[in-house]
Design a protein around this ligand. Sequence first.
Ligand SMILES: Cc1cc2nc3c(=O)[nH]c(=O)nc-3n(C[C@H](O)[C@H](O)[C@H](O)COP(=O)(O)OP(=O)(O)OC[C@H]3O[C@@H](n4cnc5c(N)ncnc54)[C@H](O)[C@@H]3O)c2cc1C
Length: 265
Amino acid sequence: MKPAPFQYRAPGSVDEALGLLGPDSTVLAGGQSLVPLLNLRLARPELVVDINGVAELDYVRADDGPLRIGAMTRQVALERSELVRRRWPLLYKAVRLVGHPQIRSRGTVGGSVAHADPAAELPVVLTALGARFHLRSRGGARVLGASEFFLGPLYTARDPDELLVEIEVPEQPEGSGSGFVEHARTHGDFATAGAAAAVAPGGHAGIVLLGAGLVPTRAEPAERALAEGAHPREAAALAAQDVEDEYRRALCEELARRAIEEAMA
Ligand SMILES: Cc1cc2nc3c(=O)[nH]c(=O)nc-3n(C[C@H](O)[C@H](O)[C@H](O)COP(=O)(O)OP(=O)(O)OC[C@H]3O[C@@H](n4cnc5c(N)ncnc54)[C@H](O)[C@@H]3O)c2cc1C
């Protein structure tokens, strides 16, 4: 199918992009999710604002402590970043499981976050790492945590006139470990379920499930239990206890156990 007609603009800066965004506009980043939606006419914006020329949103750096990822950073840049691999290995482990290399070389980190697919890897690991999402509009700027940002499948707290500009990932304490495990029926497919664990010395943990709910599902009872010295098997059972479907619950429990064990090892 062909998309419904739309106006197309390609701004060269964030300010120019913000001047264009409004209720009937859509941002085009890597296009890996948006273009199929346009072609199927599930999205019918009047204006497409293509931010591929906004070079100021393409960076991965950690000069002042936290990792800062510009929204237009291609997913492959995380995979190839020595900084990410060394200091935020959970991101490195997860991004390599996003689709296929062709998808990751075009798809952006901001696009994956803004699209908020409940089966996507990056929103899950960013939630486990305590990431904060920076939004800008003509009227100002705001910063949201994962629980405020991800509201439902393909649904976030971002207003139509806001651009996601940066993802900020806090520094992980010295000696932290991480694990990411997922189950997909075919390599490169979206996962049926998955689990991310970031464990700091002393047991402080971020444990988040993929495919257990409509948004990345933070397993707070499991996090508390792990901090109090629970065995990974017990924590994993707590993590999955509220998953309604029996098969999915068993899968999430097993994946959570493996992710926690990998993180603690
Ligand atoms: C065959 C295939 C397999 C895939 N497999 C996986 C997978 O296994 N795991 C996975 O996680 N993903 C997968 N994807 C999706 C892929 O990761 C996409 O790249 C990602 O979901 C969207 O990123 P994008 O840059 O292409 O965004 P786009 O498609 O351009 O945009 C997606 C949405 O986000 C909005 N948006 C984008 N950037 C911004 C911004 N800066 N501010 C505000 N809104 C913005 C757009 O308006 C649109 O609504 C797959 C895609 C394909 C085609």
